[in-house]
Design a protein around this ligand. Structure first.
Ligand code: S3P
Length: 171
């Protein structure tokens, strides 16, 4: 099994650290959000606005199923922060590859996403409170879904990427 999946909350660095790690490993890189946006031809906020969250969740599961059936190898897949919430997706993630949870504290995540406008679930007056509440629900799910955890709070992206590379090489 030579694929790697990155999971974690919005702002945990899945895409940026994932891209760096994939370059070093010479793995293909993709991101479930990017795949969905390419296919639908509209942005994530537009998908939420037009079709609602449950439609988007269906697209996530469909995307993951196709990747599992495609027999790809040496792929590093970054996933949307809510993807592991569906149990069905947690099973698919494990089937696809080794699952790494990029963990970070609420405050760290807040600092990374506070100016961002591309995440519909964080469009609220109390972004910090929303992150705290969602993370309390999701952290146990991310832990259950993962084979290993990288604590990213005090790391720069290059360090996170290096940890991902080490894990990939040890698997
Ligand atoms: C979401 C995370 C986003 C994106 C969508 C929903 C979530 O991806 O899939 O806005 O539920 O946490 P990132 O984690 O890449 O920001």
């Amino acid at each position: 099994m030579s694929n790697i999946c990155l999971i974690g909350y919005m702002g945990s660095g899945k895409s940026s650290a994932g891209r760096l790690a994939a370059d070093i490993l010479k793995y293909d890189f993709d991101d479930t959000d990017d795949i969905i946006v390419r296919r639908e031809g509209i942005s994530i906020p537009e998908i939420f606005e037009k079709n609602g969250e449950s439609y988007f969740r269906g697209l996530e599961t469909g995307t993951l199923k196709e990747l599992c059936e495609s027999n790809v190898s040496k792929m590093l897949l970054s996933t949307g922060g809510g993807l592991p919430v569906r149990m069905e997706n947690r099973v698919l993630l494990k089937k696809f590859g080794r699952v790494i949870y990029l963990r970070a504290r609420t405050e760290t995540l807040y600092e990374r996403v506070k100016e961002d406008r591309g995440r519909p679930l964080l469009e609220t007056d109390d972004k910090l409170g929303r992150i705290r509440q969602m993370l309390a629900n999701r952290d146990p799910i991310y832990r259950e879904a993962s084979d290993c955890i990288i604590d990213t709070d005090d790391m720069v992206l290059a360090q996170v990427a290096k940890e991902i590379v080490n894990i990939a090489k040890s698997s």
